[in-house]
Design a protein around this ligand. Structure first.
Ligand code: C5P
Ligand code: MG
Length: 193
């Protein structure tokens, strides 16, 4: 299996690049944010719970998110592998992902981290907020809170994976195609020869 974590702060381009990566490598896309938003739209119990956190730019509790991910993976028929977009977001989530994959005798192949300046991120998110309908993209205070949560809770995952020699930083500024090309080079460096 090829299991790629697409990592980076809000607005880094994870969703945009995921679409291109799954097309090229035939992977299954797991965007935890998209699964939450689908549940919010359908007013499920999970959606109602998650909305209270998401609208403030906070993280949904690890246990809730971890269960959702384990469920998604167990229902997926694709054995080529996954793109994890927006997950893991805490060390506890990273440990859970390892445990879930281990049950399938699989591991995380690599973490691809998109590196983008904060001013560019705010610009992209406010722009997306005009059309995405996402409450968390429309308010600059909520956006700043998402960056704070990212710094405090999510960024330690970079060390978690670099300690395992799995971290690959990719410059995330420029055109979508240029960034995609850099990502492909990073992925191919991790593929068996
Ligand atoms: O990944 P995305 O930016 O779409 O996530 C949107 C929101 O969903 C996050 O700001 C957070 O509130 C919630 N989320 C979470 N835990 C995750 C992924 C997303 O709490 N692992
Ligand atoms: Mg996204």
């Amino acid at each position: 299996m090829l299991n790629i974590i697409l990592f980076g702060p809000p607005g880094a381009g994870k969703g945009t690049q995921s679409a291109k990566i799954i097309e090229k490598y035939g992977l299954t896309h797991l965007s935890t944010g998209d699964v939450f938003r689908y549940n919010i739209k359908n007013e499920t119990d999970l959606g109602i719970l998650a909305k209270a956190y998401i609208d403030k730019g906070e993280l949904v509790p690890d246990e809730v998110t971890n269960n959702m991910v384990a469920d998604f993976i167990s229902r997926s028929a694709n054995d080529k592998g996954f793109i994890f977009d927006g997950y893991p977001r805490t060390i506890a989530q990273g440990q859970n992902l390892d445990a879930v994959l281990q049950k399938m005798k699989a591991t995380v192949t690599t973490m691809i981290a998109l590196e983008v300046d904060e001013n560019e991120l705010v610009k992209r998110l406010l722009e997306r907020g005009k059309t995405s309908g996402r409450v968390d993209d429309q308010n600059e205070d909520t956006i700043r809170n998402r960056f704070k949560v990212y710094q405090q809770e999510t960024s330690p995952l970079a060390h978690f994976y670099s300690d395992q020699n799995k971290y690959m930083g990719v410059h995330g500024m420029g055109t979508i195609d240029d960034i995609f090309e850099r990502i492909c080079l990073a992925i191919e460096a991790k593929l068996p020869a």
